[in-house]
Ligand binder design. Structure first.
Ligand code: ATP
Ligand code: MG
Length: 257
């Protein structure tokens, strides 16, 4: 599909667990080279939305179109276009980083030379760790390796569920820079985050959802400007309203679950 088609189009997406509706008619689309943030309180339906896009879960209703292909009709063609950051704990932890790198490149049908593997490990700052078993990496290094796996096949759309949770400020900044780089190469990114700072620093547009429903979508600065005089937002603002004030104003101040 051409660069005019959105890389992702989600329409009327509904996800149910038994009688509970986790995602309720959600719709949004992501353009080429866009970094898009999905925000919402705990239990809002962010991970459920990602799991349908990843093909791990069947929606009760709605469609997911990736690069012009309906995800239901062309699951294999679609999957090769996606990169998904796996939970770090799911790697065989006795294998070295270099062995794992080969293994996962191989699963995508890539035959990478040693230099190519090194270059890609360098992208995530792990070239020096290539001979170490996975289990001897630090938490942040393990997370970086899971990003390596997610992008090893140069996906058109990268899906990241809270990619910077648990990272120190240095690693967080590094990841933000990497995401900018991946976007520059023609890829698009869908990430979830609870950090307003992150949403403002890296996301071109965000959607705020709650109870599986879309509340607002747009560029972070545009959303703040739109709601700066809203009484729900002013109630929580100390001075000039921030994105967090808008978030709390629209989703309420009650703690979830
Ligand atoms: N496998 C499951 N079985 C039953 N209910 C589920 C399941 N997964 C999620 N839910 C429920 O669906 C709703 C949405 O959950 P989801 O994990 O999508 O939220 P989230 O926005 O990712 O939250 P968080 O910010 O805490 O990660 C919640 O009410 C949750 O309890
Ligand atoms: Mg989640």
């Amino acid at each position: 599909m051409g660069p005019e088609t959105p890389i992702l189009e989600v329409e009327g997406l509904t996800v149910r667990y038994g009688r509970r509706t986790a995602v309720d008619g959600l719709g949004f689309s992501i353009e080429r080279e866009e970094i898009f943030g999905l925000l919402g309180p705990n239990g809002a339906g962010k991970t459920s939305t990602l799991s349908v896009i990843e093909g791990l879960q069947r929606p009760a209703a709605g469609t997911v179109v990736i690069d012009g292909d309906d995800a239901r009709n062309a699951p294999l063609a679609v999957k090769s276009k996606l990169g998904v950051q796996l939970q770090a704990t799911s790697f065989q932890d006795e294998l070295t980083i270099e062995q794992l790198a080969r293994l996962y490149a191989g699963l995508y049908g890539l035959r990478l030379t040693r230099d190519e593997i090194d270059a890609r490990l360098s992208e995530v700052g792990l070239a020096e760790e290539r001979a170490k078993p996975f289990k001897r990496l630090s938490g942040g290094q393990q997370q970086r390796f899971s990003l390596f796996v997610a992008v090893v096949h140069r996906p058109l759309l990268l899906l990241l569920d809270e990619p910077t949770a648990g990272l120190d400020p240095q690693s967080r900044r590094q990841l933000w820079r990497r995401l900018e780089g991946l976007r520059g190469d023609g890829g698009s990114i869908l990430l979830t985050t609870h950090s307003m700072e992150e949403a403002q620093a890296v996301c071109d547009r965000i959607a705020i959802i709650d109870h599986g429903i879309l509340l607002v979508i747009g560029a972070p600065a545009e959303i703040v400007a739109r709601y700066r005089d809203d009484p729900r937002v002013l109630k929580y603002a100390h001075g000039e309203p921030t994105l967090e004030d808008v978030f709390i104003g629209l989703t309420g101040s009650d703690i979830r679950e």
